[in-house]
Ligand binder design. Structure first.
Ligand code: SF4
Ligand code: SF4
Length: 454
């Protein structure tokens, strides 16, 4: 018996002499004492017979949870089963579809990844019908129990007739088949009035996400109106007038290591009395724009959040987590098992205003990287090429992070190497951040258990 390749051991936590164990494949988290740790480290020592006997129950439990494995062969077989399962399985609980109602936008953000490929195109009613027919066929074919739509853009509220038509028709169709229906809107917030929200609530609106980059000038310099002029005051007035009606989460971009705008924004929201009313905050680093439409060789950068090799981001991440703790905001640990959705046979998709289907929003505006069209029943060859990338096979199979990283972001690989096939390694970042993220996860799970029993 030995520690699995994919078990991270954190010494002296939560108390001196204790070890917190976390398996990146099974996500099991277990605390052990130093005697048990000593036994696992020297499991076959003849004079530890009495320890093996004393801890027999714990050893079985640790083995079952994936923290321990019999040997390397068992560990690697478990890993292969896990990766195959994620790659080929369908999560029938929910089908998540992002719909670009339009590429048009009333803002001209300095870092907009769609700017280079922007066309003033809106989804037509005919394309909306095709999109709905395609979603219905997928729901039937894969037996989804719920449909969750995310209206996105450009600015999705610049094409409200299509948004309303899709929400109304899909709600009615889903309800007639016992499929749950809900939707969210990702908007710049400028047109988000309380009246609009009241109109959308009966159609299944469950949450809104608004992008805000700070307070006043911090925000306005990044996210001005297309014709010039600030947008912060209008957006915040809209949010304050609506956050009692629906959860509104804020997506906050920050420039490399500079967390000053985030500090000012959190303090502003507290002073205005809305910090507890808002939905989840998501903080991500800002990246520069894309290359020109249809020329994937010229893609320069991405809004991909996986690009974490920058040292300043480690520090920024720490500061943001400390701030969130101070303000009592929910923190997602960041520990999860996943593979890049491009390599999954059935994952959430994005449908653009022309009906092209994408598996990665960083590729929007580059039709040669789309994986199909809603008028067709099957995905195209590009989809198969992405699904068969299996980059994680090039990584050392004993890498402790493999189940949560699986060779890294494919788009980042393209940016660096002009191909989708090279692993992009975040090991250095993860070595620094993983112990902190696991401790946060431990505290979150502990608080949840305590809340349940009290
Ligand atoms: S390539 Fe994969 S991991 Fe990277 S941004 Fe796209 S979907 Fe996400
Ligand atoms: S890319 Fe690096 S961290 Fe990720 S699985 Fe491969 S070796 Fe591990």
């Amino acid at each position: 018996m030995q520690f699995s390749f994919h078990t991270i051991v954190i010494p002296d936590y939560p108390n001196p002499g204790e070890y917190l164990l976390y398996n990146t494949r099974s996500q099991a988290m277990i605390k052990i004492n130093d005697e048990l740790k000593e036994l696992i480290d020297h499991f076959d020592r003849p004079d530890y017979f009495y320890l093996r006997f004393r801890y027999a129950y714990e050893i079985v439990r640790l083995h079952k949870s994936g923290i321990l494995s019999e040997n390397q062969e068992e560990d690697l077989a478990r890993l292969k089963g896990h990766m195959d399962q994620i790659k080929h399985s369908v999560d029938t609980r929910s089908f998540f579809v992002t719909i670009l109602t339009t590429y048009a936008c009333n803002f001209k953000c300095v870092y907009c990844f769609e700017e280079s490929s922007r066309a003033n195109e809106k989804m037509t009613m005919a394309c909306a019908e095709q999109t709905m027919a395609w979603m219905k066929s997928q729901i039937i074919k894969l037996s989804y129990r719920s449909l969750y739509l995310n209206f996105y853009g450009g600015e999705p509220l610049l094409n409200q007739p299509v948004l309303e038509h899709i929400a109304t028709a899909m709600k009615s169709w889903c309800e007639s088949r016992g499929v749950e229906f809900k939707f969210m809107i990702q908007t710049n917030g400028y047109l988000l009035t309380p009246q609009l929200i009241e109109r959308f609530l009966p159609l299944g609106l469950k949450q809104v996400r608004v992008s805000v980059d700070g307070v006043g000038e911090d925000h306005d310099k990044n996210r001005p109106l297309r014709g010039g002029g600030g947008t912060f005051d209008v957006i915040m007035n809209n949010i304050m007038a609506s956050c009692d009606k629906v959860p509104i989460g804020l997506s906050v971009g920050f420039d490399k290591g500079d967390t000053g705008p985030i500090e000012r924004l959190l303090s502003y929201c507290r002073d205005k009395g809305i910090i507890r009313k808002l939905g989840r905050f998501i903080f991500s680093p800002i990246h520069a724009g894309l290359g020109r439409r249809g020329e994937k060789e010229n893609i320069q950068n991405t809004h991909c959040d996986c690009n974490y090799e920058d040292e300043s981001l480690v520090e920024a991440n720490r500061k943001i987590r400390a701030l969130m703790t101070n303000y009592g905001l929910e923190i997602k640990s960041g520990m999860s098992t996943t593979i890049c959705p491009l390599m999954r046979e059935n994952s959430g998709v994005t449908v653009d205003q022309q009906g092209l289907i994408y598996k990665c929003n960083s590729m929007l505006g580059h039709p040669e990287l789309s994986v199909g069209h809603v008028k067709d029943q099957e995905y195209n060859q590009q989809h198969l090429a992405f699904v068969h990338l299996d980059v994680y096979n090039q990584c050392p199979q004993g890498c402790v992070y493999l189940p949560m990283c699986s060779g890294g972001c494919r788009f980042s690989s393209f940016l660096r190497n002009k191909n989708f096939t090279t692993p992009v390694c975040y090991k250095k970042y993860l070595d620094t951040m993983a112990p902190e993220m696991i401790k946060q996860e431990y505290q979150a799970r502990r608080s949840k258990i305590l809340a349940e029993v009290s």
